[in-house]
Design a protein around this ligand. Structure first.
Ligand code: ATR
Length: 289
């Protein structure tokens, strides 16, 4: 029931019509009996600054930020968490004194989902496909979690080099090796953990995959696609056909939301509640399939 003391949460992005975030946050508020409501707002780049400032003045409790505003929004915050700063992208704004503080719960969400599935990155040799914004968060997570080596493959080599230089410098090591996508044939006779971080393969382009060659997948023990629609991408199918385990990006989406909600309300959400939300997300995706 919305009343005089209901707090507002929201999402700033463009477009926002197909977001699953209201399913996550409004169900959490209902289950946990917290008087908050979550709404998506379609915001232009020109309007973003006024919206962030206005939201603070209006007493908005917390915001998510999505494409295309994850970089630009950093200019309108009073503080930025270290992880978000080094990834260079903010997806969650938490109300503090005099404004909002920015966090990156995408990376933390991916990690929580992986840990729950028993996937550990420590001492692993990892292949990351793609060098866009999501890739940077994945590479950061791999380094932070103690990966032994990270091979970063991208169609445009210079973008892989930029991320590798930036992250190797920050962590003061040479764990990231930038590579051209077409050089994937060097991987043989060894099993790797592979992250697919591009949007290539996203619905309705379900048949797209960055590496077509089936022989590549013989080297994949675990494949994680950050895409969740379709629930099983071509990349995941190829991993499974070659005998590996494949995960989609739905748990990353779930936990980035759970962690944002925890930050906004200064609470910890248990596993049972998280799994209920996960089921509701799956129902929603199947409805739209
Ligand atoms: P972000 O990660 O910032 O959201 P994205 O659009 O989802 O960006 O993904 C961009 C990544 O997908 C890039 O690594 C891009 O490769 P380039 O840097 O060479 O453009 C990769 N990508 C997109 N289409 C691709 C394709 N057809 N083949 C290979 N890689 C592709």
């Amino acid at each position: 029931m919305i009343n005089g003391i209901t707090k507002l949460l929201g999402l700033l992005g463009n477009p926002v019509a197909h977001t699953l975030s209201p399913i996550i946050h409004n169900n959490l508020s209902e289950m946990l009996n917290i008087n908050e409501v979550y709404l998506p707002f379609c915001v232009t780049s020109e309007g973003l600054e006024a919206v962030v400032k206005g939201a603070y003045e209006m007493g908005v409790q917390g915001l998510n930020v999505t494409v295309p505003h994850k970089n630009q929004v950093k200019d309108y915050l009073v503080d930025i968490d270290d992880t978000a700063k080094h990834i260079g992208a903010v997806n969650t704004l938490v109300r503090v004194d005099n404004g909002f503080k920015g966090y990156n719960t995408d990376m933390l969400g991916l990690l929580r989902g992986l840990n729950e599935d028993g996937v550990n990155l420590k001492d692993e040799e990892i292949i990351v496909l793609g060098a866009g914004g999501a890739s940077k968060a994945v590479v950061y997570m791999c380094l932070k979690e103690g990966a032994k080596k990270v091979y970063l493959l991208n169609r445009t080599f210079s973008k892989a080099v930029d991320i590798a230089n930036d992250m190797n410098k920050y962590f003061d090591n040479d764990i990231i090796v930038p590579m051209k996508l077409e050089d994937y044939k060097i991987f043989k006779n060894k099993k790797y953990l592979v992250f697919q971080t591009t949007s290539f393969g996203l619905h309705p382009n379900d048949e797209d995959v960055v590496i077509e060659d089936d022989s590549f997948y013989e080297n994949v023990k675990i494949g994680v696609d950050i895409i969740f629609n379709p629930p099983e991408t071509k990349f995941m199918k190829k991993v499974k056909n070659a005998g590996g385990i494949a995960y989609n990006g739905l748990k990353m989406l779930l936990y980035q939301g759970i962690i944002a909600y925890e930050l906004w309300n200064n609470i910890k959400i248990d596993n049972e509640t998280s799994m209920k939300i996960y089921e509701l997300m799956q129902v929603e995706i199947n409805k739209n399939a």
